[in-house]
Design a protein around this ligand. Structure first.
Ligand code: SAM
Length: 259
């Protein structure tokens, strides 16, 4: 092996790693500049082209979704899928016989979901918006926050506000089902400090938490809060909800009730 080629490899390796770290810090700093609302908009851009493959959209519910959701759904339930995306889980539930509507902040994803519903021969109402700010006009028996959607809501107060919004529109005996990502305590001091410092300077209205993960993704900013033990319980309790079922493994699944 020639020395110069190996030298090029070593230099490229360290420069490349430095650029990856710089991009990561830049993502946190960028999020720090944005208000909560702007961060939500940047995050919605990230979801615009998620799951656009037709085979994926028509593939139906995942096994974990069937196993958890069907434990709590009753045949006549009217369900709102929060974070309906391009429609995969909504179409799966419609095919299983449930009355299901969808809420999704990405207008691009909703356009695709409508087309895919027509292809699948199912009907559903879609609303474009965020669960925490959309004015919901109906009562639902079940709110399903789709695949990790709850983790993708930036800011603890906003997540609690989202649970409260769902809770206000629950029919008697209603249920809120959600999945979330979990983690061990981590020491992400530098990125979080960068986002917090930039946020203070920019005067924004939210503060990052140690286990928030922020990165650039195609179409926008990916935001994800990974939950430490006890956090989901705290947020559910703060929203005035009771935990009726909870299972934690590689990720978390929880069913909440208002009464
Ligand atoms: C992993 S995708 C799931 C999409 C689709 N349900 C599926 O399984 O293919 C999560 C979805 O949650 C949506 N989402 C994120 N934050 C949201 C919020 N605050 N309110 C409603 N939906 C949200 C995203 O736009 C994204 O479409």
């Amino acid at each position: 092996m020639s020395a110069w080629r190996w030298g090029v490899y070593r230099v490229s390796y360290y420069v490349g790693r430095g650029l990856i770290r710089a991009a990561r810090l830049l993502a946190y700093a960028t999020a720090g500049v944005l208000t909560r609302k702007e961060l939500g908009r940047a995050a919605a851009g990230r979801w615009s082209d998620f799951g656009i493959d037709e085979t994926y959209v028509l593939s139906g519910l995942f096994t974990w979704e069937e196993n958890f959701y069907f434990r709590f759904l009753k045949p006549d339930d009217h369900v709102l899928i929060v974070g309906a995306g391009s429609g995969r889980d909504l179409i799966g539930l419609r095919r299983a016989g449930y009355r299901v509507d969808g809420l999704e902040p990405s207008a691009t994803a909703v356009t695709l979901a409508r087309t895919m519903c027509a292809k699948a021969g199912v009907e559903a109402d879609f609303h474009v918006g965020w669960i925490e700010t959309t004015s919901i006009t109906e009562k639902y028996d079940v709110f399903i926050f789709s695949w990790y959607c709850y983790s993708y809501i930036p800011d603890r107060a906003t997540r609690i506000g989202a649970l409260r919004a769902a809770s206000r529109h629950l029919a008697p005996g209603g249920r809120i089902i959600l999945s979330y990502t979990v983690t061990e305590p981590v020491t992400r001091y530098l990125p979080r400090a960068v986002a917090a410092r930039v946020g203070r300077l920019a005067g924004v209205d939210w503060t990052p938490l140690p286990t928030d993960v922020i990165m650039f993704e195609h179409g926008g900013l990916h935001f994800e809060h990974q939950f430490l033990p006890g956090e989901i319980e705290y947020e559910a309790q703060s929203a005035g909800l009771t935990i009726a079922a909870h299972q934690v493994g590689d990720d978390g699944l929880i069913m909440l009730m208002a009464d």
